[in-house]
Design a protein around this ligand. Structure first.
Ligand code: IPD
Ligand code: CA
Ligand code: CA
Length: 255
C-alpha cells in the first residue's frame, strides 16, 4: 500500500508540473470570488481517483474536486493541489496531499511538493520521512527563537472567523512567520522541524488529513484551539511538544 501511494503521488506531482509548464493557457475557474480551481486540480484528482479505484475498487475515495466515491472501511482523502493560489501565481509552495483512513482513522499519509521534489510520508506507528529519511519535529522551546507558519482564509470570503487578532498577538512574540499557502506543506514543514509551529482556521478535512498524521508521527502535537480534536479542521495548532502548550495558551486565551 505504501509503495502504491508513493508511486501514485509522485506521478500526480509530475502531472501537476506538466500543467504548471503551460500555466498561462490553463482554464482557471472560480468557485467563489477568490477561490480558484484550475484544469490541473481537476486532472490530478481524476488521475488519482481512477488509479485508486482500479487498484482498490472496494475502497472509498473523497476528493476536494470530485467529491465522494463510495466504498468500505478504507477511505482515501485527496487534495489534488493544496495551494491552488500559489500554483496559479507560480509560487512554488503547493502540494499534492493524500491520506488513507481505516474506519475514519488515518493510517498512511503522503504530501508531495513537486517543485522542490520533496515527498513527506508517514505510516501510523512507524514514523515519518522526507524523501525516505526519518524526520522529527524541532526542539526549540523559546518562542522568540521560533519560526511559525499560518494561513488566512482568503479564499473563503464569507468566513466568519478572522485570523488577524491571533496573528497580531503571536507575531511580536516569535522570531518570524511564513505564509506559503499550502496547509499540507505547513504541517509537513512542522514535522521536519523547519517550522516550530503552525496554526490556522477555517480549513477543510482534505487540507490537513495527511499532514496531521505526518506531524504526529514526527513527534509533534496537533489539536484545535481548545486542546482537543473535536474542533479540527476549523481550528488547528500543530507544533513540537515544547511549543504546542505555549501556542495553545495564547490562542485559547483569545477565543
Ligand atoms: C488552501 C491551502 C491554504 C489555506 C487555504 C486552503 P486549496 O487549500 O491549504 O494554505 O490557507 O485556506 O483553502 O484551496 O489551495 O486546496
Ligand atoms: Ca486545500
Ligand atoms: Ca485543493
Amino acid at each position: 500500500m505504501k509503495q502504491f501511494l508513493k508511486d501514485l503521488i509522485l506521478e500526480a506531482g509530475k502531472i501537476s508540473l506538466d500543467y504548471k509548464a503551460r500555466l498561462s493557457s490553463l482554464t482557471v475557474n472560480r468557485k467563489s470570488l477568490k477561490d480558484l480551481v484550475t484544469e490541473a486540480d481537476v486532472a490530478v484528482e481524476e488521475f488519482l481517483v481512477k488509479q485508486i479505484k482500479s487498484r482498490f475498487p472496494e475502497h472509498a475515495v473523497w476528493g476536494e474536486e470530485t467529491g465522494s466515491h463510495a466504498g468500505g472501511r478504507y477511505r482515501w482523502v485527496i487534495d489534488p493541489i493544496d495551494g491552488t493560489t500559489s500554483f496559479v501565481h507560480e509560487f512554488p509552495f503547493y502540494s499534492v496531499s493524500i491520506a488513507l483512513e481505516e474506519e475514519g482513522k488515518p493510517i498512511l499519509a503522503a504530501v508531495y511538493g513537486p517543485v522542490l521534489n520533496e515527498l513527506f510520508m508517514a505510516e501510523k506507528g512507524k514514523g515519518a520521512t522526507l524523501n525516505n529519511k526519518p524526520i522529527h519535529v524541532s526542539s526549540r522551546s523559546v518562542l522568540s527563537d521560533c519560526m511559525l507558519a499560518t494561513g488566512f482564509a482568503c479564499v473563503r470570503v464569507d468566513a466568519k472567523e478572522n485570523n488577524l487578532p491571533y496573528f497580531n498577538k503571536l507575531l511580536p512574540l516569535i522570531r518570524d512567520i511564513r505564509r506559503a499557502g499550502s496547509a499540507a506543506l505547513d504541517l509537513s514543514y512542522v514535522a521536519c522541524g523547519r517550522f516550530d509551529g503552525y496554526w490556522e482556521m477555517c480549513l477543510k478535512p482534505f487540507d490537513i488529513a495527511a499532514g496531521v498524521l505526518i506531524v504526529a508521527e514526527a513527534g509533534g502535537i496537533v489539536t484545535d484551539f481548545a486542546g482537543g480534536t473535536a474542533g479540527l479542521p476549523r481550528q488547528i495548532i500543530a507544533a513540537n511538544p515544547a511549543v504546542h502548550p505555549q501556542l495553545l495558551n495564547l490562542l485559547k486565551a483569545s477565543t
